[in-house]
Design a protein around this ligand. Structure first.
Ligand code: QAP
Ligand code: CO
Length: 179
């Protein structure tokens, strides 16, 4: 297992569309395991392959509240798809490991049904609501090159991207200096 490097906005690779997984083989399983380990280490509740620079349709999610004694509940999916979404909407304050330090309210369907291939390559269907529904939709968005900040007003998005760009420049300067 290994920790993967997480790309942060505004990286052009985060805007690309990921390609379908043809077969859930050992390479995809290893990617899923490494993504899950990377997500837990962050810590985060969801991660898409796009965020670690791999343009394959793979996501991992675990919204279990382990700090309050809940058992871990990892979900790993290849080719996840929203096959049904409620017209009822709900609002969650979302964050993203690729948009570190920023949290904003996003409105999405309250419940949804997701189809995909599990770690064994078996087709599964997940009926999700609440935080799980939100998180699965957020991760599937990543595979289309969409970040949660793309659901905000242009003003809010520009402000966040500007701050992230500034932070990146400062970090680069620090690294250059240490050469
Ligand atoms: C997506 O996001 C999500 O800014 C998963 O400094 C989040 O795991 C869906 C994180 C909320 C629905 C609701 C973000 C960690 C983790 C940060 C994450 C940070 C450290 C985000
Ligand atoms: Co994200």
């Amino acid at each position: 297992m290994a920790l993967l490097k997480i790309l942060t906005a505004p990286d052009p690779r985060l805007k690309e569309r990921a390609l379908p997984v043809e077969k859930v083989d050992d390479e995809i399983r290893q990617l899923m395991d490494n993504m899950l380990e990377t997500m837990y280490a962050a810590p985060g509740i969801g991660l898409a392959a796009t965020q670690v620079g791999v343009l394959k349709r793979v996501i991992v999610v675990d919204v279990a509240d382990t700090k309050n004694g809940e058992e871990p509940n990892p979900i790993m999916l290849a080719n996840p798809e929203v096959v049904k979404a409620s017209s009822d909407q709900s609002i969650y304050e979302e964050g993203c490991l690729s948009v570190p330090g920023f949290y904003e309210e996003v409105e999405r369907p309250e419940t949804c049904t997701i189809k995909g291939l599990n770690r064994d390559g078996k087709e599964v269907e997940i009926k999700a609501e609440g935080l799980l529904a939100t998180c699965l939709q957020h991760e599937i968005d990543h595979l289309e090159g969409t970040l949660f900040i793309d659901h905000l007003s242009r003003l809010k998005r520009n402000m966040i991207v500007k701050k992230l760009t500034k932070e990146k420049k400062l970090k680069e300067a620090a690294t250059d200096h240490n050469l």
